[in-house]
Every structure is written in C-alpha cells, then in structure tokens.
Design a protein around this ligand. Structure first.
Ligand code: 3HC
Length: 389
C-alpha cells in the first residue's frame, strides 16, 4: 500500500469500522450479522469487525483518537467498546460461530406476489421464481410488466450463455412469472413483497389496499430502504404480519436480505422471512426498524465521506482505485454511487442525518449539487463519472 493509498484507506475505512463497533455496542445487530451484511450486501471480502480484528483494535483506536483530536467530529471518536476491546487486547469476532437453532417456515408459502416493475422489483421476482415459487407481479401497465419479464429474460440469457443455467430452466423460471395490472391478482398469495416508489404516502396507500385485498395470514413485506416500516404496518389491520425484506442491488446477485422486525412484527413472521430467504439462496440478517438498518447505515456515511474527500481535492478515480486496491471492495465509492443513484443515496443520507443527528452525517454539498443538476448516475448517463459514450 502506498502512503497516499494508506491515507485514503484510513480516512474512509476507519470511521466505517468505528461505526460498526457502535452498532454492535448499541445491541442493534450481532457482530456476525454486521459482518455478513457488508459481505453479502456489498460484496466486500470481509466484514468490518473481522477487518478491525485483523488490523488490530488498538491500531484503529489510536488512529481514530488522533483524527478526533484534529476534527472534533464525534464520528471519529473511538467507540467506547473499541477502546475497551483494544485495552483488553480482545477481539470482536471471537466466539461468534455458536450454533443457533435453524429457522423454520412457520407459514406455508407457495405463491409470492411482488408489487412494482423497477429494477428491485424485477430482481426480487426473479429471485423467487428461481427459488421455485410461482410469482405474481403487479405493475401499472402492460409495458411496465414487459420490462420485468425482459429484465429476467436478459439475466437468464446471460446465465445460459455462461453455462450457469439451461434453456429449459430459463423457460421454467419465466413460466413461473405472471404479470397483472390489477392488485386484486394478489388476493391469494402467501407473501407480498412491495418494491414500489420510495415515497411514504404512496406506500401507505398500497399497504392499506393490500390489507383489503390479500388473504388473512399472508405476510406483507416491504423492501424499503429508508422509510419506517412501523408506519407502513400501522396502515394495515395486521401489523404483526408486516416485515421488512430489504434486498440489495442487483437483487439476483447480492446475497443479502435484511429481515427487519418492527416492535409489532410477530416472531413467526420474522422467522418465516429468514427461513424463506435462505430457501431462495440468500443470506438473511436480522435487525430492528431504524434508519439505514445495518448496511445502509454503514455504507452511505462512507460514500458521503468519499464525496467530502473529493471536495478536498482528491481525484475521483484515485479514490475509487485506492479503495478497491486497499480494502478489496468490488466497486469504488463513486462507481457505486452512480449505480445506486445519487438521488437514492442523498435520500438515505438525509434520513441517517435526521435520525442520528450527527453533524458529520450531513450530506456532502457535491452530492446535493449532483442531484439538483439531474446528474443521478448511470440511469441519467452522468453522475460522478460520465457514461454518455
Ligand atoms: N443483474 C443480474 N445479474 C448481474 C447484474 C445485474 N445487474 N450484474 C452482474 N450480474 C451477474 C453476472 O451475470 C455475473 O453472474 P455469474 O457470476 O453467475 O456469471 C455476476 O453477477 C458477476 O458479474 P460480472 O462478472 O459481470 O461483474 P462483477 O464481477 O463486476 O460483479 C457486482 C458485479 C456483483 C455487481 C459487483 O460489482 C458488486 O458486488 N458490486 C457491489 C454492489 C453493491 O454494493 N450493492 C449494494 C448497493 S446498496 C443497496 O442496494 C441498498 C439500497 O437500499 C440502496
């Protein structure tokens, strides 16, 4: 690692490690789930607590303490638990592989409904169809429904080309997908996964309607990344059956599903969501209904910090390359921001800033400016990088 690379690594990665410790310290999620979250949600080779153990808690504590003395930013102050573990010469990931009871499907799930026709909805429909479930997906027009089938067919064509699946299996998966332009088609499904616009009013209307349409006992799941699931549950007469199933982009590839329980989610529903996620080949982690859940709460402050680093004069490509080379992340921060979309990233960062009330979480000015300029990332052909060619 060259000295400038080391500098970028410490600037961006150490606060992220500190943040992971705080999450553990608060009892929000287990060390295993935090590590699995970043490995399977973002494709990182190792989770933050494992990385921290490898670097040495005392090394990270000392570097953060020096930085905190410089910046006064509370996010740079070594977490109490980090100080304690470093002082004791301990580790974060020791003894975390204790056997836990295998979660079971407490509800019969045969048919799955998906609401939405965007990238996430299409990917989620593909995941369940590949997992052997009949999937009904609901969109607003025949054209939008065709987008879902087109997305799945394209992914499966690529898989056939690469020898990962057969043409017969491709046809079988597509055969399990049925589109509908009316929500009434969801009356009989055992689970609905909502993946529509990230707008509270739009989702509240949908949940009230799902409550009316979908048979009693079905699970109502949302893949929201930034809205309070508790509010969505309150729009129904069955808050115990409402759960978060947060998939990652691209859903067919990223193995993580965050299973989010509100105070009212019934334990059977959460357990079923975990068992079902495993059944379709995903790695579920559990957490409560709090802004950012595990992964976004750790990921987006790091992405935001990268934007701030660029504002201080560091080149985008240099940061992207340094992070990939030093941390082994599959994408640099600006490459990932352009995939996720700067509008989505800004909305998540604003939500984190609001909930945790940390000045250091304020969205970077350039991120705000990019959104104002309509430079949202790959989807608009220009974000931090240019994709017009
Ligand atoms: N849809 C479906 N499949 C895709 C795909 C897509 N958009 N992009 C790639 N794939 C598949 C490929 O077919 C390939 O499959 P195979 O191994 O079975 O042949 C596999 O993914 C790997 O693809 P490539 O070799 O072409 O490309 P890479 O090695 O560069 O991997 C990547 C692509 C898996 C997307 C990798 O870059 C990665 O892990 N990136 C990190 C993405 C990330 O961090 N996502 C989280 C964003 S935050 C979020 O989603 C939360 C939300 O709330 C905002």
């Amino acid at each position: 690692m060259t000295a400038p690379e080391q500098q970028i690594f410490e600037t961006l990665i150490y606060p992220y490690l500190n943040h992971a410790v705080r999450m553990c310290e608060a009892g929000y999620a287990t060390a295993v789930d935090i590590d699995n979250g970043m490995r399977f949600g973002c494709g990182y080779p190792k989770g933050p607590l494992t990385v921290l153990d490898e670097i040495g808690p005392a090394v990270v504590r000392d570097a953060l303490a020096a930085r905190f003395a410089d910046t006064g930013d509370h996010l740079h102050r070594p977490a109490d638990l980090l100080v304690k573990v470093a002082d004791e010469g301990g580790r974060f990931t020791a003894g975390t592989d204790d056997a836990v009871a295998e979660p079971r499907l407490r509800h019969d799930i045969a048919r799955v409904g998906v609401v939405g026709t965007g990238t996430m909805a299409s990917g989620i429909a593909q995941v369940f169809a590949q997992g052997g479930y009949d999937v009904v997906f609901v969109g607003r027009s025949e054209d939008k429904l065709a987008c879902v089938t087109g997305y799945v067919a394209k992914n499966l064509d690529r898989a056939v080309e690469r020898g990962k699946t057969t043409p017969e299996e491709k046809e079988a998966v597509l055969g399990r997908l049925t589109g509908a332009t009316s929500r009434e088609a969801l009356a009989d499904v055992d689970l609905v996964v909502e993946a529509i616009a990230e707008d509270l009013d739009v989702k509240l209307e949908l949940f009230a309607d799902l409550d009316r349409i979908v048979k009693p006992g079905a699970i109502l799941a949302t893949t929201t990344s930034s809205l309070p699931i508790t509010r969505l549950a309150a729009a129904t007469q069955r808050p115990g059956d409402v759960v978060g199933l947060h998939f990652f982009n691209p859903a067919p590839v990223m193995k993580l599903v965050e299973v989010i329980s509100t105070e009212q989610t019934s334990p059977e529903v959460a357990e079923t969501a975990i068992a079902l996620s495993r059944k379709v080949g995903k790695v579920p982690v559990s957490a409560g209904d709090r802004a950012g859940f595990i992964v976004n709460a750790l990921l987006f402050p790091y992405l935001n910090d990268a934007v701030k680093l660029a504002e201080n004069g560091e080149e985008l490509a240099v940061i992207d390359t340094a992070v990939k080379d030093t941390a082994g992340f599959p994408m640099g921060p600006f490459e990932l921001l352009d995939v996720v979309g700067n509008d989505v990233s800004l909305a998540i960062q604003e939500e984190l800033h609001r909930e945790f009330d940390e000045p250091g979480l304020a969205p970077a000015k350039t991120l705000v400016a990019k959104v104002e300029a309509g430079e949202l990332g790959r989807k608009t052909k220009k974000g931090f990088h240019d994709y017009s060619a």
